[in-house]
Design a protein around this ligand. Structure first.
Ligand code: PEP
Ligand code: MG
Length: 326
């Protein structure tokens, strides 16, 4: 559906402490670009680059990828674009690699594990991203990081790709920012070391909840165990926010739960100021934050949630708060 100008939002929502909350979009297919732009969003907080791969029978060439990525930068001139390198595996299986089926795909050759095993696929993708982001605010996100080695290998492959482009005289972005998805539990114990290796971090709550609580996010038999407001999830996120703030690492949240007003409130209370969410959820959460922009309230809300040790108590507390607000 077309979005008229009356649905435009303010992508930098002013908060009571003088800071502002930046809303960016999560997109996969280029069709979402129009929606994100229609709302007046400034940029893309998560481009799920696997989508063009999923709908075909082979790997797109560097040139084909370049043309797709270019359109994203053209749509958001000057705005930040966070491009995630391939996150294959798990729930996103490539049809043409079906022979490689695994008993536990969510614990298998997913994302960075797949691309480090197939470095030429990664290099090709990085070349296309570096070229497309020539004059843009290019941020490259690496999914499924479990430790320090993966991000170091990733950086060296990226630097090599850049060097090769230079040697070939091909114009590209020589200073992209490189960051990680915070979505595996091990990262919670390596935050200090990882902060020395990255330019930013982005919390992916979809997988974080799945892996922290050992709940397959696609399995309806266990969906009641899939609890973004579980105390372990909240405490994990609080720790990430604390370390990123002390290490001055920009932090965003790009999991779907950032669009939930209770989670949004909690995240704002922790000082997180960049949310990337599905374009369809933008207007609802924008409206809510605009009308609830008191940072002191959110801080108190977060502090109180962090004291509670069960999802049930957390829910009860939230209900009592929302009741008060009605
Ligand atoms: C996430 O895991 O929260 C995320 C944003 O990435 P995806 O849903 O693509 O795994
Ligand atoms: Mg993920």
């Amino acid at each position: 559906a077309e979005i008229d100008s009356s649905t435009k939002i303010d992508p930098l929502i002013p908060l009571s402490d003088g800071s502002s909350l930046s809303l960016l979009a999560n997109i996969g297919l280029l069709g979402d670009l129009r929606v994100a732009r229609g709302y007046g969003l400034r940029g893309i907080g998560l481009y799920r680059s696997e989508f063009p791969f999923l709908i075909r029978n082979d790997f797109p060439s560097e040139e084909e990828q370049y043309r797709i990525y270019r359109r994203i930068f053209e749509a958001f001139e000057g705005g930040p674009v966070y491009m995630r390198v391939l996150d294959m595996g798990g729930d996103k299986q490539l049809g043409f690699l079906a022979g490689d089926s695994e008993p536990n795909p969510f614990l298998g050759l997913r994302a960075i594990r797949f691309t480090l095993k197939n470095p030429e696929i990664l290099s090709t993708q990085l070349r296309a991203m570096l070229r497309a982001g020539l004059e843009g605010d290019l941020n490259i996100i690496v999914p499924f990081i479990s430790g320090i080695e993966e991000i170091r290998q990733m950086r060296s492959i990226m630097e090599r790709a850049s060097l090769e482009l230079s040697e070939q005289g091909i114009e590209h972005n020589e200073k992209p920012k490189l960051g990680i998805m915070v979505e595996l539990p091990s990262v919670g114990y390596l935050l200090e070391e990882l902060s020395d290796e990255v330019d930013f971090m982005s919390i992916g709550t979809n997988d974080l909840v799945q892996y922290l609580l050992a709940v397959d996010r696609t399995n309806t038999n266990v969906s009641h165990y899939y609890q973004p407001l579980h105390p372990a999830v909240l405490r994990f996120i609080a720790r990430v926010a604390e370390v990123c703030s002390s290490k001055k690492i920009p932090l965003s949240v790009c999991g779907d739960s950032a669009a939930d007003r209770n989670m949004a409130r909690f995240l704002m209370g922790l000082g997180i100021r960049i949310f990337s969410i599905a374009p369809g959820s933008v207007s609802g959460i924008h409206e809510w934050i605009k009308n609830n922009n008191n940072v002191e309230d959110h801080k108190e809300f977060s502090r109180n949630l962090l004291r509670l040790g069960s999802t049930r108590e957390i829910r009860e507390y939230i209900d009592s708060q929302n009741h008060e607000a009605d």
